[in-house]
Design a protein around this ligand. Structure first.
Ligand code: PMP
Length: 305
């Protein structure tokens, strides 16, 4: 990833991609205290546009606030920097990664002279869980790793250290031949995927876990709005793994994963074992909205130019 052309926004400057470097004593590299975002820009009917830019930047600042990391910039500066990175890299569509981290000003947990640095990179990234998965659905397994307990770490923050748990779960799932992991919370209820929120459908009603042990996904929020506009009911409730075994449909949502159907959990087919009709409806609508093909929700698209 480091050896490529392009520019990265780094502490207020656009720097050549290869020069966006940090020291090995970068504090966040040692202790995981940092926050980040994952944002997409799509090639839309009004040109390249960032999807739900303000909401992502707001969550970035909320994540920093939760971790008590003092941001040096305001939200509007970061919004503009994100647009600039997509524009300057001449990307038609992009995955955008803002990262806020403590630098190498000090070492040790007690370091009191740390500064929050911000880097924003963007590159082209296709379907995170594969084009095939988008149509046919993916196979997942319940992880042997538990999702975060609320007083171990805090899921409202998209925090760097939270992703060690995600990676352990994902590596386990991949090494066992599955596409993704399903993590349960400390009580044993369904929480989320390693980088996705989860929804299930039964008898025409859509269910999703509350946010106790899951990230407040912006795609999740988008699905709430789109489902209600389609006249579909979504309910937040505790969900058990066997409820997913006997659901009619299930799907993941996330900026990277977009809307990905799940066809199997723990070797049990979900419903007909393929993308279900409600999932397909929401997926189609989602892609129409993010590409500006839908008449509504232009407020979610911020043109890059
Ligand atoms: N949960 C986790 C753990 C994630 O990393 C993500 C991706 N940011 C999501 C859920 C989905 O969030 P969003 O729709 O905002 O990308």
């Amino acid at each position: 990833m480091a050896d490529r052309d392009g520019v990265i926004w780094f502490d207020g400057q656009l720097v050549p991609w290869r020069d966006a470097q940090v020291h090995v004593l970068t504090h966040t590299l040692h202790y995981g205290m940092g926050v980040f975002e994952g944002i997409r820009a799509y090639n839309t009917t009004v040109g390249t546009a960032v999807f739900r830019l303000k909401e992502h930047t707001r969550r970035l600042f909320e994540s920093a606030h939760i971790l008590a990391m003092p941001m040096q910039h305001d939200q509007e500066t970061i919004n503009q920097a994100i647009l600039e990175v997509v524009r300057e890299n001449k990307l038609e569509s992009a995955y955008i990664r803002p990262l806020c981290f403590y630098g190498s000003e000090g070492m040790g947990l007690r370091a009191d002279n740390l500064k929050v640095h911000v880097a924003i990179a963007a590159w082209t990234w296709g379907a995170y869980l594969g084009k095939d998965g988008m149509e046919k659905g993916i196979r997942i397994r319940t992880s042997s790793y538990t999702r975060h307990h609320i007083n171990v770490t805090m899921c409202r923050a998209k925090a760097v250290g939270n992703y060690m748990n995600s990676m352990l779960a994902l590596q386990e799932a991949l090494s066992c031949g599955y596409d993704e992991a399903l993590l349960l919370d400390a009580q044993g209820y369904v929480a989320e995927g390693s980088g996705e929120n989860i929804f299930v459908v039964r008898d025409g009603i859509i269910y999703t876990p509350d946010l106790t042990s899951a990230l407040n996904g912006i795609t999740r929020d988008t699905i709430f709005t789109l489902a209600s506009e389609l006249g579909l009911t979504i309910k937040e409730k505790p969900i058990t793994r066997d409820e997913i075994y006997i659901a009619d449909e299930a799907f993941f949502t996330g900026t990277a994963a977009e809307v990905t159907p799940i066809r199997e959990l723990d070797n049990r087919a979900i419903g007909a074992g393929k993308r279900g009709p409600i999932t397909e409806k929401l997926q189609t609508l989602f892609f129409d909205v993010v590409h500006g093909r839908h008449g509504q929700h232009k407020e979610w698209l911020t043109p890059v130019k």
